[in-house]
Design a binder for this molecule. Sequence first.
Ligand code: SF4
Ligand code: SF4
Length: 99
Amino acid sequence: MKTLQYLKNVVTLKLKPDLCTGCGMCTVVCPHAVFEMANGKARIVDIDDCMECGACANNCRFGAISVKAGVGCAAGILNGILRGTEPSCDCSTGSKACC
Ligand code: SF4
Ligand code: SF4
């Protein structure tokens, strides 16, 4: 079944195939199955499925993935307003991980 999608064409997720070693970790940690392996490299299946949690970028030891974690989630937006910073909820790190 298709997961709920985020807003269309706003996701900050980027994959650099030249840096990908094909370890497969991003396919393990992504809660929305955004990645799949093809010909020994990760590829993005549907970027609009990404909820910008940051788990993939935090777990890619080769720097092949970047994403601005939490820019679109409610916690991130509220944190940004309260802190006067860019929206970020730091979802995938620390003991307060929310998604
Ligand atoms: S975690 Fe990084 S190196 Fe490993 S498959 Fe995914 S993009 Fe490639
Ligand atoms: S940021 Fe989260 S939802 Fe988006 S691709 Fe990475 S692990 Fe999946």
